[in-house]
Design a protein around this ligand. Structure first.
Ligand code: ZN
Length: 468
């Protein structure tokens, strides 16, 4: 029963998740991610390794752009099949893909102007990889399915989606391939979440699989617990309130912004922080929060209990959603301490820039980072202790208190990945370590080999393996 698996992304790198599977005369793509790392972005522009119209269906593990963000390009280039994913993934993917298209249109325009001014041409074409129209055209292909309900993808190919506990709607995909009375189980981990994450259920554990692809983003480190988050958040809010400044929280729209609300809500219920106005000042985060509210069936027990008690973090007293620019600007005129959650998470775009302009030079304000800051971003400069930063073309002295609050990761760490793998009752035929920086992937593979003695591989980009 030959099954051919080709690694088209997230192979010794973190983004661009795409695995091509040929079996039973059917061609599937598992995840359709955009490359985001600077060194690999050129691959977004390369001709796709197989003609997109030869792919019969796509299965998406979740709605992060590095797992679904290439879809509009593939559809424009000829893909016409169904895109299977959970309902919440479909809802969030619609928001994420339109936002990604918008960013690409803006970036292309910005580059075009800059290159024109500098009289040179860049590494990438000065056109968007795809447009808003392309993203719109991809959306009707999204085909929502439920968790733990086997879906017949094609003859002899059945897929089941299980909760991955990573972001709302995220899944691990179990594929069962049947041919001539034989069957093989392929398990795609997607991004593995963490146990006891706010709002979400824990990652699903599996007894068995013939072949496994497991992510390894944090396969070389341990996160530590989340217990300290409430404690630190309480101190930051109370001291900033006493000083009379604002708390600006640059935050990612998907999951992180909702988690921040969850923690604020906790503190407020326990009366550990004062009643302050909290602004969710990001149209995208607001839309994603609406998706959360639409899917209470995905909440964990603690979150359901909050909803039952009418204490949902999404109904936080003092919470104001500010979708319009006018409402956003009005925040600047409020006297007294407010909490502002705004995108982008790394400060390289979005409304958070305006709030930084208003607050970064005020000693009494706090800029609170709750996510990873990539090298080269404004957020990273600030976290690294820059004395002065350039925002919206102006220089600003950094006088505000800068805090980075750790513990928010949506990815399992090394031991949590091991916990997920250790649930298997028998060794798989082979396990592939993917979705990690090259050295991390190799280190994690060694670690797993030492723990399990299994046949473990670290595939490279474009590697092709035949699974027996
Ligand atoms: Zn993810």
């Amino acid at each position: 029963m030959p099954i051919k698996l080709t690694f088209l992304g997230a192979a010794q790198n973190v983004t661009g998740s795409r695995y091509l599977l040929d079996a039973n005369g059917v061609r599937l793509l598992i995840d359709c991610g955009l490359y985001q790392e600077r060194d690999f972005r050129i691959r977004n522009w390369d001709p796709f390794p197989v003609a997109p119209d030869t792919i019969d269906a796509i299965l998406l593990t979740h709605a992060h752009v590095d797992h679904c963000g290439f879809l509009p390009k593939l559809v424009r280039d000829g893909f016409k099949g169904k895109v299977y994913c959970t309902a919440a993934t479909s809802d969030i993917a619609q928001i994420v893909l339109l936002d990604a298209a918008h960013i690409q249109e803006e970036d292309a325009e910005f580059k075009r102007k800059r290159h024109q001014r500098e009289g040179r041409s860049g590494r990438y074409p000065e056109i968007p990889l795809y447009t808003t129209d392309d993203a719109q055209a991809a959306l009707p292909l999204l085909n929502p399915v439920g968790y733990e309900k086997p879906v017949q993808i094609d003859d002899g190919i059945e897929a089941t989606f299980y909760d991955a506990g990573h972001i709302l709607g995220s899944s691990m995909i179990n594929l069962i391939l049947r041919q001539n009375g034989e069957q093989r189980k392929l398990l795609f981990s997607g991004d593995v979440g963490r146990w006891n994450t706010p709002i979400l259920l824990d990652p699903t554990l599996f007894d068995e699989a013939d072949y496994i692809l497991v992510e390894s983003t944090y396969g070389d480190r341990l996160h530590g617990d989340r217990e300290h988050i409430d404690e630190e958040l309480k101190e930051i809010i109370n001291s900033t309130h006493r000083a009379g400044g604002n708390i600006v929280i640059p935050s990612f729209a998907v999951e992180r912004s909702q988690e921040v609300l969850y923690h604020l809500n906790n503190l407020l219920i326990q009366d550990l922080i004062p009643h302050l106005m909290v602004f969710m000042d990001s149209p995208m985060a607001i839309s994603v929060t609406r998706v959360f509210e639409k899917h209470p069936e995905l909440f964990d027990e603690e979150m359901l209990e909050l909803v039952r008690r009418h204490e949902s973090p999404f109904d936080l007293p003092g919470l104001k959603m500010t979708p319009s620019v006018r409402e956003s600007k009005a925040i600047n005129h409020i006297k007294g301490t407010v909490i502002i959650i705004a995108g982008s998470g790394m400060c390289n775009a979005g409304r958070v820039k305006h709030h930084l302009v208003q607050n970064i030079s005020r000693r009494e304000s706090t800029i609170l980072f709750v996510g990873y800051q990539a090298v080269g971003t404004l957020g990273r400069h600030i976290v690294d202790g820059a004395k002065e930063v350039r925002i919206l073309g102006q220089h600003h002295r950094v006088r505000a208190r800068i805090v980075q609050l750790d513990g928010f990761s949506a990815h399992a760490d090394r031991d949590e990945l091991l916990r997920w793998i250790s649930a298997l009752r028998q060794s798989p035929r082979r396990l592939f370590v993917t979705h990690g920086e090259s050295n991390v992937t190799k280190k994690f593979a060694e670690f797993l080999k030492g723990k399990t003695g299994w046949d473990i591989s670290v595939p490279e980009y474009l590697d092709q393996v035949v699974l027996e």
